[in-house]
Design a protein around this ligand. Structure first.
Ligand SMILES: *[C@@H]1O[C@H](CO)[C@@H](O)[C@H](O)[C@H]1NC(C)=O
Length: 360
């Protein structure tokens, strides 16, 4: 019995597929997604001109084309088509602009097939979202005004006017928002200076176009990268020191010092001698890290009373500053007096008068 019925149904189906003249009028309904279960979509009997009384007798039923899922139900006593389960447009159609559920109304005796198109309208049931809560961007402080930095767009599962329509960037000193057709960008409006501001947090809001507008936010964390734009600066352009002659070897004559506003490697300073004459090169040494200038040989005021050196301060990326060091050697009483006797006339007569010059 069952087999017979199935065979009959199969035959009927085959017949249907072969003879589309059985397809009568189509009908379409448009209604918002997420309607409550039992909500009325429309009255199919009225819209197709069918007798409500015949629905039961003709075994009227609703099928979903190519699927077992039932979205709507037909009341056989009055022809009302109602929602049987949640219809989520985003779940069914993703970001497609239109979302149509194809249903069929089947009637027997005689066989009749009516296509029913259910146009599911989007409601603003989703808020714009960003992939992450936080976006990190590194921007060099040497970036010029007008430089653009793309930000990943916000997304809204809704379509059309309920999708993301506008963006709003928290007001700040450096950036404005650039929105293209397919991109959101931070546009540098005022150049960055790491020495003033190392990090900037900006809240970007994506807004959809619903009358009850929904929004989503992301925090953009901008790290301002050091562009090594600061030269080392010596504390003095000319350093002066006095060095007592015969100072012990290794004595620190003076310490030069430079600072660099840049950070890390860029701000690490290496001291060295600049151009110094060959003959005094061996006399002094400079500590590359501390800037201490040490005496390496003995100095003799009587040989040279002053030295002039050039020192350099170089930061991690090779930006160099220069300063001058003048070392004055001070005399110390390191020599015993020596008498040189000249023009001594010999011998001196015994009667020489007092006061006579006898020698220089
Ligand atoms: C079908 O319609 C009849 C008549 O309007 C009503 O009494 C009945 O409750 C409906 N059935 C369902 C399942 O909604």
């Amino acid at each position: 019995m069952k087999t017979t019925e199935l065979t009959l149904q199969s035959c009927a189906l085959a017949l249907l597929l072969l003879s589309l003249q059985f397809v009568n009028g189509d009908v379409s309904y448009s209604f918002p997604e997420e309607m409550r279960r039992g909500s009325l979509i429309g009255n199919i009997a009225k819209d197709l001109g069918l007798e409500t009384s015949s629905l039961f007798a003709r075994k009227a039923r609703i099928d979903t084309e190519g699927s077992d899922t039932r979205y709507c139900d037909l009341n056989l006593s009055n022809g009302d088509l109602t929602v049987v389960q949640r219809i989520d447009r985003e779940g069914l159609c993703g970001d497609k602009a239109s979302c149509v559920l194809k249903q069929e109304l089947m009637l027997e005796n005689p066989l009749e097939l009516h296509r029913i198109s259910l146009h599911v309208q989007d409601i603003n049931d989703n808020s714009p979202q960003f992939n992450n809560d936080l976006i990190h961007i590194d921007i060099s402080e040497s970036a010029v005004k007008g430089a653009r930095f793309p930000i990943e767009e916000g997304h809204d599962a809704d379509v059309g006017k309920y999708s993301v329509q506008t963006y709003n960037l928290q007001s700040n000193d450096n950036f404005i928002l650039g929105v293209g057709s397919n991109s959101v960008e931070l546009v540098l409006n005022k150049e960055l200076d790491r020495e003033q501001l190392k990090e900037i947090n900006l809240v970007l809001t994506a807004l959809d176009g619903g009358s009850h507008q929904r929004s989503g936010t992301v925090v953009i964390h901008v790290t301002v990268l050091d562009a090594n734009d600061n030269v080392p600066v010596f504390s003095q352009t000319v350093y002066k020191a006095s060095l007592p002659e015969n100072s012990p070897l290794g004595a620190v004559v003076l310490t030069v010092s430079a600072t660099d506003a840049d950070e890390g490697l860029n701000g690490d300073i290496i001291y060295d001698f600049g151009h110094i004459s060959e003959d005094i090169k061996s006399m002094f040494a400079i500590d590359h890290k501390t800037g201490d200038i040490q005496l390496m040989t003995t100095v003799d005021f009587e040989t040279a009373s002053s030295f002039e050196l050039r020192v350099t301060a170089k930061d991690g990326l090779g930006i160099t500053s220069y300063a001058k060091v003048i070392i004055d050697v001070t005399d110390v009483n390191d020599n015993a007096p020596v008498i040189y006797l000249k023009s001594l006339a010999n011998p001196i007569p015994e009667n020489v008068s007092p006061g006579t010059e006898v020698g220089i």
